[in-house]
Write a protein that binds this ligand. Structure first.
Ligand SMILES: NC(=O)c1ccc[n+]([C@@H]2O[C@H](COP(=O)([O-])OP(=O)(O)OC[C@H]3O[C@@H](n4cnc5c(N)ncnc54)[C@H](O)[C@@H]3O)[C@@H](O)[C@H]2O)c1
Ligand SMILES: N[C@H](CO)Cc1c[nH]c[nH+]1
Ligand SMILES: [Zn+2]
Length: 433
């Protein structure tokens, strides 16, 4: 059973703190395993990647077969049923339209001293897109990674996707073809992250790695940060639903299960103002689990990490939600906009009863690669900006140097950095000659 908490209970603070600090993806054994995998890939390159693929994805790989060929992509894409292709096209068009609005503007202006200042944005050269594929297949995550990268103008799009038992997923390959991925490798997990970060004989290193994955992928991204950029920690999925009693308990139950079915480490939480409604939702989850295809994953997730929290009012709900900083937040209440205004930390908010989180996973438009494990306190969902860098620009004139240079010289002196001061003073001296 999930945990049942109520803010009216004397031990609420202790139990809520325990819920917040549950270690779903930071277990030391995961990080130790990932450190060893990264070290192996750095030392033995392609050979290590092939060995690890046999161990974790159960098929024999060679450096020559690591890259999925254009012929394989075309053959697989050709197998996709027209209605599935049309659904992918609908999703791709909506995701593209949403992300095109994120393109940032360059700025340039001349200030009162005559200095010209500004910045300009440009894409990274090569992006490594991780598409998960261990327990489920994720064509939608191909679109969510590749479309913003393309909109940003990235030239080289490297995609890694595990293919357990060597089986290629046609929808994944069609999505990659549709969204302009330039190289696809059939590798996953920490070994794929290490290969993209450090490079091997077969895979040239990238500059930035993005995309979601399980605890091993998330830990590997943490570890390679610095060698490459990463988007965020996008690990096992989470959903928090805030619902009043004016909802169908079954709808809320399947919303909770929609994220629990991703991974046994996923987390689904309901906050409600009505304890009886909370119980009705929990009962509906139990009933749904009897026939859910992925009950073997969703059941343990709900049992081990699920929670139903009863609160006095929605104000209290918003405060708890902000402490949880969930990846996805559904507001199934009468006035979702008013409640949304009180939310300060959440990866994505879904407003009202007619906005199930699953719409956002596929076709809403916003990105579904989102921060997990409370990292929405300091990071945002994947966007075009994740694939871009900002370079600042400054041009002085003799007049502007005369105006602001002396302050620079004084600051350099105060920092005992003589050459800094001299480089400005030499120019001021010339002007004063
Ligand atoms: N936060 C987000 O934006 C978001 C989006 C989509 C999916 N997700 C999450 O992505 C995850 C997908 O997980 P998945 O497992 O289906 O695919 P995955 O590709 O993330 O993981 C599969 C890989 O994990 C590695 N692995 C598995 N067991 C291992 C072990 N014992 N030791 C070392 N490596 C091991 C293997 O290399 C395997 O190829 C889920 O947790 C899901 O919730 C998150
Ligand atoms: N809910 C996931 C993000 O946590 C994204 C996804 C893809 N497919 C289905 N769901
Ligand atoms: Zn999902």
């Amino acid at each position: 059973m999930p945990q049942f908490l109520s803010t009216a209970d004397a031990d609420f603070d202790t139990r809520f703190a325990a819920l917040l600090s549950m270690k779903r993806e930071e277990a030391p054994d995961v990080d130790d395993a990932v450190a060893a995998i990264i070290a192996e890939v750095r030392a033995r390159g392609d050979d290590a990647v092939c060995d690890l693929t046999i161990r974790f994805d159960r098929f024999a790989l060679t450096p020559e077969t690591m890259r999925i060929t254009d012929a394989e992509i075309a053959a697989a894409a050709g197998q996709v049923a027209p209605l599935d292709r049309a659904a992918l096209e609908t999703a791709a068009a909506r995701i593209r339209a949403y992300h095109e609005r994120q393109l940032p503007r360059d700025e340039q202006w001349t200030d009162e001293t005559g200095a010209t200042l500004g910045w300009r944005w440009g894409p990274v050269d090569a992006a490594g897109l991780y598409v998960p594929g261990g327990l489920a297949t994720y064509p939608s995550s191909v679109l969510m990674n590749a479309i913003p990268a393309r909109v940003a103008g990235v030239g080289r799009l490297v995609m890694c996707v595990p293919t357990p038992d060597g089986v290629l997923n046609p929808m994944v390959l069609l999505a990659a073809q549709m969204s302009g991925v330039t190289e696809i490798y059939r590798i996953g997990g920490a070994q794929a992250i290490a290969a993209m970060a450090y490079g091997t004989d077969t895979i040239a290193p990238v500059d930035k790695i993005t995309g979601p994955g399980n605890a091993f992928v998330a830990a590997a991204k943490r570890r390679v940060f610095g060698r490459v950029g990463i988007d965020m920690i996008a690990g096992p999925s989470e959903i928090l639903v805030i619902a009043d009693s004016d909802n169908d308990p079954d709808w809320i139950a399947i919303d909770l299960l929609s994220q629990a079915e991703h991974d046994e480490s996923a987390q689904s939480i309901l906050i409600t103002t009505d304890a009886a409604f909370g119980q009705a939702v929990a009962d509906a989850v139990t009933a749904r689990l009897e026939s859910l295809e992925r009950a073997n994953i969703a059941g343990p997730s709900w049992r081990d990490f699920g929670a139903v929290i009863t609160v006095g009012d929605l104000d209290e709900a918003s405060k708890l939600s902000n402490r949880i900083a969930p990846e996805h937040l559904e507001l199934a209440v009468a006035d979702p906009e008013a409640l949304s205004d009180k939310i300060t930390h959440a990866g994505a908010i879904f407003l009202g009863q007619w906005t199930p989180e699953a719409i956002g996973d596929y076709v809403g438009g916003p990105n579904h690669v989102l921060p997990t494990a409370r990292s929405a306190r300091f990071s945002s969902g994947l966007s075009v900006l994740d694939f871009m860098k900002r370079t600042t620009l400054a041009r002085m004139t003799p007049e502007s140097l005369r105006a602001i240079g002396p302050a620079a010289v004084r600051l350099a002196t105060s920092e005992s950095l003589q050459a800094h001061g001299l480089s400005v003073q030499a120019r001021l001296d010339r002007l004063n000659r």
